[in-house]
Design a protein around this ligand. Structure first.
Ligand SMILES: CC(C)(COP(=O)(O)OP(=O)(O)OC[C@H]1O[C@@H](n2cnc3c(N)ncnc32)[C@H](O)[C@@H]1OP(=O)(O)O)[C@@H](O)C(=O)NCCC(=O)NCCS
Length: 172
């Protein structure tokens, strides 16, 4: 199911057939350097399963990011419910295959996710949980209009909670 399109990208729900394409993203040690470890193949399969459950239960999840002109999955971007200090918040997340970095693709997807979320969800705020040393991700959050709201220890590691409120966005 297609969620939305941007100038260069199509965002759609993942299916189990996407495992090879997604493994090129989530099994790359460099791409996953800010996580505990890259995913092995069963881990990528479970990751897809988890997000398919999120589509059903939460109406959102991390979606496949397809480069329209190549009809190829090159990453993920989407929205997931996270619990931060006892509060359930919608988070924008993104991971991109390394050979596509630096072309503004994550920013393009995240901007569209932000607008989709404020249009379709009753969320007052969107967040992104980012390790402070993950500068490219911090830049993407900044370009989406997010600023650092607070600092938390999340899954045992210090994280910036980037945030944008509905009132700050262009969506009423
Ligand atoms: C974060 C990520 C999705 C960005 O993807 P991308 O398409 O290359 O991002 P964009 O091209 O839209 O923008 C990247 C920004 O980071 C900046 N950047 C890139 N590498 C950088 C570095 N080493 N140090 C500082 N800034 C950097 C770019 O200059 C750009 O900012 P600008 O447009 O203001 O100049 C990609 O790096 C990635 O997949 N990283 C690994 C997964 C990850 O950490 N996800 C986020 C978890 S919170």
């Amino acid at each position: 199911m297609t969620i939305f399109q941007t100038a260069r990208l199509l965002l759609r729900e993942f299916t189990p057939e996407d495992v090879d394409a997604l493994a090129q993203v989530l099994s790359d040690p460099e791409t996953m350097r800010y996580y505990l470890a890259p995913y092995d193949r069963p881990g990528v399969e479970q990751w897809i399963d988890r997000n398919r459950h999120r589509y059903e239960n939460d109406g959102v999840g991390l979606w496949a990011m397809e480069l329209t002109k190549r009809q190829e999955v090159i990453g993920d971007c989407g929205i997931i419910l996270q619990e931060v200090e006892g509060e359930r918040l919608y988070e924008i997340g993104y991971h991109l295959r390394r050979d596509f970095w630096g072309q503004g693709l994550a920013t393009e997807a995240a901007l569209a996710c932000r607008d989709w979320a404020f249009t379709h969800l009753k969320a007052a705020r969107l967040i992104s949980l980012i390790r402070p040393e993950n500068l490219p991700s911090c830049r993407v959050a900044g370009r989406v209009g997010m600023t650092i709201w607070k600092e938390v220890t999340w899954r045992g590691l210090p994280h910036h909670v980037y945030s944008i409120e509905r009132a700050q966005s262009s969506v009423p």
